[in-house]
Design a protein around this ligand. Structure first.
Ligand code: ZN
Length: 152
């Protein structure tokens, strides 16, 4: 048995990677939001032994990058003529990785050319990073709402 924090527990429960241990007498916690009441038991059991393998970060390709960036140019917000741009150009040692590849429209891509966003004076709208498991995204959102509610 190991201890994990309540946030991790919620992630595991909503993703089906863990289930409550129902035969324990101990009462758990109840987290509430206006729409959801979530019972977090004090003990949960992992239903998959090596659960990390269930989610692999998708490959860095056009389809996945456009999806992450919601089919929007990360420089101007355009949704037309989309291409992939290396934030740090490959000629300057930029990698073909999730944190260095963004969606850019043809116009921004050619305007930026072989420069970094700073050199080109073209700031990114969001900092690129690898996509998260959809369930983790959901749980993080849920958790943020909880914390906001507790502050009110
Ligand atoms: Zn653009």
């Amino acid at each position: 048995m190991s201890r994990i924090n309540i946030k991790r527990a919620i992630v595991l429960l909503v993703s089906g990677k863990a289930e409550p241990l129902t035969h324990t007498e101990e009462k758990g916690w109840q987290v509430r939001s206006p729409s959801v009441v979530f019972d977090v038991p004090k003990q949960i059991r992992l239903t998959f032994p090596g659960n990390e393998r269930l989610w692999n970060v998708p490959p860095v390709n056009r389809r996945e990058v456009l999806r992450r960036d919601r089919y929007t140019c990360q420089y101007c917000g355009s949704t037309k003529n989309l291409t992939l741009d290396h934030v740090i150009p490959r000629s300057k040692g930029g990698k073909h990785s999730w944190d260095n590849v963004v969606t850019a429209c043809e116009r921004c891509n050619s305007r930026k050319g072989d420069r970094t966003p700073v050199q080109a004076g073209m700031p990114l709208r969001t900092q690129p990073k690898a996509p998260m498991h959809p369930v983790v995204t959901f749980a993080e959102q849920f958790w943020r709402e909880q914390q906001q509610e507790n502050l009110e």
